[in-house]
Design a protein around this ligand. Structure first.
Ligand SMILES: Cc1ncc(COP(=O)(O)O)c(C=O)c1O
Length: 366
């Protein structure tokens, strides 16, 4: 066997990778899949309200229609055209990706070079920070105000004159949507790129997606994981001015990053939009029920939500509540100490029976 060189180029590279923040696979990653107790997974904002049977039925239809011998060009084009009509934007302004996560990555490595800056809010979606670090880009976080509102002036000040600003609205993990004026004031004053992540917008009140027609420096991100319930299918898209979108599509991503099966499933889900929307309404109703139940518990602060999850702050906790729930096969997302007192968690709005089990356990544990 060849002797290993010490202090080599490869070792240096591996060391750098080992210093990156690991993606925090929930404790769930280690949980037994086969178990007598059902697993209650409320940690990743998946959508249980879109019936599994409906998605399976669509998948069976797609299986007989799609020709997997071919690259997914026709499916990409078809979905883009239908989506463009629905969103009232030009088809050329849409770029598909393997989840919006892939597009977040593509934006960072296409626009933010090591001397540039990526700016986001604190707390917000952790992937902006993690992917910036992977690409060796400086990442700056601007804290939200105590009432979880965004200080647009501070965001602009932190960003300066170039780079990329990520605004997640409605924001993960706080659940609130920032007013149109505060987002647009940033877009109007910032000479760099503003990425507005609208992954949860269908659970909220308004979208700014058509603003991409007015603002050349605005990119809006969307995901099929949340509204349409196909997180496992991995599909997201961005909408931006046609020049920027075309460059990302043809130079950076190419139309092969999403499988023809997923693209076809998404197309059929869009065609079933009117059938699906009552499920989203059902989720919003259940959000109110869960909020009320959580509010009924003592020692826990419950925040308003425009998403499919709820942020809570458990006043006397240090994170051990999440571990105790996990040992009972109930998974919620640990967020950490984001307020002066307590420990925050993000809870996906599950089906009524899942939420009832969670609340029951919380009653016993808090
Ligand atoms: C704000 C936000 N953006 C993007 C994503 C990524 O979604 P996708 O499954 O499309 O990669 C998530 C997933 O949780 C999210 O919370």
């Amino acid at each position: 066997m060849k002797e290993k060189n010490s202090g080599t180029w490869l070792e240096g590279k591996l060391k750098r990778l080992s210093m990156l923040e690991p993606y925090t696979f929930p404790e769930l990653w280690n949980a037994k899949i086969e178990h007598s107790e059902p697993l209650i997974k409320l940690d990743a904002n998946e959508n249980y309200f879109i019936p599994k049977e409906l998605i399976s039925k669509i998948l069976r239809e797609v299986a007989s229609e799609v020709d997997l011998r071919l690259y997914p060009v026709a499916e990409y084009k078809q979905l883009t055209e239908v989506l463009a009509k629905k969103l009232k934007v030009p088809p050329e302004s849409i770029v598909m990706g393997s989840g919006s996560s892939q597009l977040i990555d593509a934006i960072i490595y296409s626009f933010a070079k090591p001397r540039d800056k990526v700016v986001s809010l604190k707390p917000s979606f952790s992937l902006y920070r993690m992917r910036s670090k992977v690409h060796g880009v400086k990442f700056v976080e601007v804290p939200l105000n105590d009432d979880l509102s965004m200080d647009s002036e501070s965001v602009l000040k932190a960003a300066g004159k170039s780079g990329v600003i990520f605004i997640c609205s409605p924001n993960n993990p706080t659940g609130n949507q920032f007013p149109q004026e505060s987002v647009l004031s940033i877009v109007e004053s910032f000479p760099g790129l503003v990425v507005l992540d609208e992954a949860y917008v269908d659970f909220a009140d308004f979208s700014l997606i058509t603003k991409i027609i007015e603002y050349q420096n605005l990119v809006v991100l969307r995901s099929f994981s949340k509204t349409y319930g196909i997180a496992g299918g991995r599909l997201g898209y961005l909408v931006a001015n046609t020049e920027l979108a075309e460059l990302l599509r043809s130079r950076v991503l190419r139309p092969y990053s999403v499988s023809s099966v997923t693209l076809r499933v998404a197309l059929k889900l869009l065609e079933n939009h009117d059938t699906l929307m009552p499920y989203i309404e059902g989720l919003k109703e259940e959000r109110k029920v869960l909020q009320r139940a959580l509010n009924g518990l003592s020692g826990i602060e419950v925040f308003d939500s425009k998403t499919n999850f709820i942020l809570v702050n458990v006043l006397t906790d240090d994170g051990s509540l999440g571990d105790k729930l996990a040992s009972r096969r109930i998974y919620i997302r640990k967020i950490g100490k984001i307020f002066t007192k307590g420990y925050a968690y993000r809870i996906t709005v599950g089906l009524p029976e899942m939420n009832s089990r969670l609340v029951e356990e919380l009653k016993a544990l808090i």
